[in-house]
Design a protein around this ligand. Structure first.
Ligand code: MCA
Ligand code: AMP
Length: 484
């Protein structure tokens, strides 16, 4: 396939490509740095990328794509158990990291290559022309209801298809300057937030970490687009009443996009009231990249995720698999999708891959929705109650339960999500302590989960019970869990 990033070799290589704090690269500099690194990693099976929110992560991923080598972005806050699983499962040939970054023990046996962002000599750019559309571009780990995260293998064609479809929906061009503070080990921050601007030949300014001050500063200084998860927009909505400068900055943006979870209508309304601007929602998944969006030239409708993107087929199906044929805004069905934006498989999990698709090739998203008569999709819930969305991160109840059960002071554990104004949902653990006289503290359990899995998977609330409610089969009845 042709290059994913034509601007790396185009005629205007002096244009800004990436900025992280006070460090930046033009297209020419990025092309040289990524080209040099690509020449070193060409032929490696897969490479892990220590995905800190830094220039090096962007250079490493672009280099891997240029070399036709699949990149496995690693959350630098992953705990030992999660990291161990991802490394064993994806078996990378080496790890790419910023010079000076200290890597955890689990990575010490892997060959390490430091990512230099200033190339000392020019390198050829013909690496990715040898790659086929279906070759893997990325392996992104995503949680399921039970068991450890699965590696979604995302082909090059899906990256190109989703970014080009979003360009159409948002009229996204090389003149756009994106600002965001999303993590770079998931689709939202990495594919949309870094590869998106680079495919258009535009630029991205990454905040390192999200702050309303950073958003306001960059929008005042020429940024035209903002990407964020609902928690970020919620924090913006909370800040707006006392911060007229933030309202003015958002008023200048060309498009404000929210995704990864539902943005409550109340936050939509507060932002529109203070800025005169409407936030656009788009709906995607690690396995499918982006499926739908409210179009920049379409009617904004809070509470909906818009219409299918060009090239994406979307249908709602009943419990028995029968497609729903009339859109009445009321009949709820599971969203199934088909198109060039889909992943190819879960790495090493043919069973899970087979279960994820229907016989005729539709991917079962597990998201439940209705469609308005004009086709707008409204997500109303999820099929699996054991999947929690907190801060835009998908978290499986099962993996937290397993981690909690590995704590010596825990005899039984169940995990649920409950509504949270800031995070959307917060993780709640229901614990039967091994010793009722000396139950483990909330902090102890949170630290235990954070250090084994990841900090965003830690329980925020812990309830202590004498026994978990179970049915006759011994299965935990999560619906019966109450505070008292
Ligand atoms: C707290 N911390 C801890 C502990 N407690 N560390 C170790 N042990 C503990 N017990 C640390 C955290 O690591 C973090 O460190 C800091 O304390 C604050 O953590 P927290 O309060 O949890 O988070 P926050 O800072 O309030 O983060 C809110 C957030 C974040 C910024 C909105 O949730 C976020 O970035 N969400 C984005 C998720 C996302 O990109 N999802 C996309 C996947 P430090 O201070 O060092 O940070 S979905 C997707 O890709 C699909 C395709 C889609 O549709 O988009
Ligand atoms: P992940 O598996 O982490 O990629 O998260 C994908 C899931 O996030 C989807 O299956 C949806 O449940 C949810 N999601 C993404 N975007 C939206 C949105 N705009 N509104 C509601 N849910 C969303």
């Amino acid at each position: 396939m042709s290059s994913l990033f034509p601007a790396l070799t185009g005629s205007r290589t002096d244009r800004p490509a990436l900025r992280f704090g006070d460090r930046s690269l033009t297209y020419g500099e990025l092309g040289a740095a990524a080209g040099a690194l690509a020449a070193r990693i060409g032929g490696a099976g897969r490479v892990a990328v220590w995905a800190t929110p830094a220039l090096e992560t962007a250079v490493a991923v672009v280099a891997a794509l240029e070399a036709g080598v699949a990149a496995v972005p690693l959350n630098p806050k992953s705990g030992e158990k999660e990291l161990g699983h991802i490394l064993t499962d994806s078996a990378p040939a080496l790890v790419l990291a910023a010079p000076g970054d200290e890597l955890p023990l689990a990575l010490r046996d892997l060959e390490r290559l430091d990512v230099e962002v200033q190339a000392t000599e020019p390198a050829p750019h013909d690496h990715d022309r040898a790659s086929a559309d279906d070759d893997p571009a990325l392996v992104v780990y995503t949680s399921g209801t039970t068991g450890p995260p699965k590696g979604a293998v995302i082909p090059r064609r899906a990256v190109a298809a989703t970014l080009d479809a979003l360009a159409d929906a948002w009229q996204w061009t090389g003149d756009d300057v994106l600002v965001h503070g999303l993590p770079l080990f998931h689709v939202h921050g990495l594919v949309l937030g870094i590869l998106g601007p680079l495919r258009r030949g535009g630029s991205v300014r990454h905040l390192g970490r999200f702050s309303t001050e950073g958003v306001a500063r960059e929008l005042h200084d020429g940024a035209t687009m903002l990407f964020g998860v609902p928690t970020m927009y919620h924090r913006i909505a909370q800040t707006l009443p006392d911060d007229p400068d933030l309202a003015k900055a958002l008023g200048r943006a060309r498009v404000l996009v929210s995704g990864s979870a539902a943005l409550p209508v109340h936050d939509h309304e507060r932002i529109t009231a203070a800025t005169g601007r409407r936030v656009i929602e788009r709906y995607g998944m690690t396995e499918t990249l982006m499926n739908t969006s409210v179009r920049a030239d379409g009617e904004p409708r809070a509470g909906t995720v818009g219409v299918p993107l060009p090239g994406v087929e979307l249908r709602l199906v009943e419990e028995d698999g029968a497609p729903i044929t009339s859109y009445d805004g009321e009949t709820v069905g599971e969203i199934q999708v088909r198109g060039p934006n889909l992943f190819t498989e879960y790495l090493n999990r043919p069973d899970a891959t087979a279960a994820a698709f229907t016989a005729d090739g539709w991917f079962r998203t597990g998201d439940m929705a209705v469609r308005d008569p004009d086709g707008y999709v409204r997500i109303v819930g999820r099929k699996a109650t054991d999947l929690i969305k907190s801060g835009g991160y998908k978290i499986g109840a099962g993996e937290i339960e397993n981690a909690l059960l590995e704590h010596p002071a825990v005899r039984e554990a169940a995990v649920t999500g409950e509504p949270d104004a800031d995070l959307g949902e917060r993780i709640v653990a229901w614990i039967v302590p091994a010793d009722h006289q000396a139950p483990p503290t909330v902090e102890e359990l949170a630290d235990h989960v954070a250090s084994r899995l990841a900090p965003h998977k830690r329980p925020r609330v812990v309830h202590y019970l004498g026994a978990l409610p179970r049915n006759d089969m011994g299965k935990i009845m999560k619906r019966a869990l109450t505070r008292d």
